[in-house]
Write a protein that binds this ligand. Structure first.
Ligand SMILES: *Cc1c(COP(=O)(O)O)cnc(C)c1O
Length: 271
């Protein structure tokens, strides 16, 4: 499972952004979920992994409530949302679906920590102690705990969210002071590029960082999870060790909002 023996030719599908058909029925969602699951299994088989070690997190951002209800009917029990307000609004609107859980996967400001503490079971974009403090305080008030992933900037793009890889060890040590935050692992967004070698390099970097940190992680912090890969690149991420893939458009259909509304896009991106 390294860049030499794995599959350098596995292509990204970033050049097909905008071409995912809209899922408009339960059957559409069932079919899309089955297609993605089959690709997850094929990617696992290529590198000798067990596909039960990869969790598919469907990402529903920008999609309307009706569409989320279809996804639920097709079997989805956890949904990923990038923005805290949107996650909270949908959590309230879909409150009748009592076993539906929410993962917030996008940047959080301290003044929105309360929303995440109320509605989310998981937060994947932790990258500052200020946010950790704000979440801890709100979670204590709510009497809740939260699974968290530390977001790492593996692409080296200055404007991206996430900690520099060299800052993660100290950050993890500091996180042991926050009992309501259960650290599960690391999360990254690869460079959005049609060049699969550059995308793969981001995933390799996250995996290698996790291997280094595992040995020195503070007691009580396990780094079992690697959240990496989205519609355009999840198969590459799985070849490099992803345990969570965050897939939106390949399940729900294309978004009209460009990705640049959520994070800065690399200059060589073809879209
Ligand atoms: C939107 C989003 C995804 C999913 O992207 P798709 O192209 O829809 O698969 C993954 N991760 C994050 C952080 C996102 O905001």
């Amino acid at each position: 499972m390294n860049a030499d023996n794995a599959h350098p030719n596995t292509v990204t599908r970033h050049d097909q952004h905008g071409r995912w058909p809209q899922a408009a029925s339960i059957d559409d969602f069932r079919r899309n979920l089955a297609t993605v699951q089959a690709r997850i299994e094929a990617a696992c088989a290529r590198v000798g992994r067990d596909s039960r070690d990869v969790r598919l997190l469907p990402v529903s951002k920008t999609k309307p409530e009706a569409s989320l209800r279809l996804a639920y009917a097709a079997g989805c029990r956890m949904l990923g949302e990038n923005r805290p307000q949107e996650a909270h609004r949908k959590w309230e609107a879909l409150g009748d679906l009592t076993d539906l859980r929410w993962s917030v996967i996008g940047h959080l400001q301290t003044n929105k920590a309360k929303l995440v503490a109320q509605c989310a079971a998981e937060f994947q974009a932790l990258d500052s102690l200020r946010v950790a403090e704000a979440l801890e305080r709100r979670l204590q008030t709510e009497g809740r705990a939260l699974d968290v992933f530390v977001q790492v900037n593996t692409s080296g793009e200055a404007s991206k969210y996430g900690l520099a890889p060299g800052d993660v060890a100290a950050f993890l040590r500091a996180l042991s002071a926050f009992p309501a935050l259960r650290v599960r692992g690391l999360m990254t967004l690869a460079m959005l590029s049609a060049d699969s070698a550059r995308v793969r390099q981001c995933f390799v970097r996250l995996r290698e960082l996790r291997e280094r940190l595992r040995n020195e992680a503070p007691a009580g912090i396990t780094l079992d999870e690697l959240s990496m890969g989205m519609s355009g690149d999840y198969e590459i991420a799985i070849e490099e060790g992803a345990t969570v893939v965050r897939v939106g458009q390949a399940i729900f259909g294309a978004r009209s909002t460009p990705d640049s509304a959520y994070w800065p896009v690399a200059h060589d991106a073809p879209i």
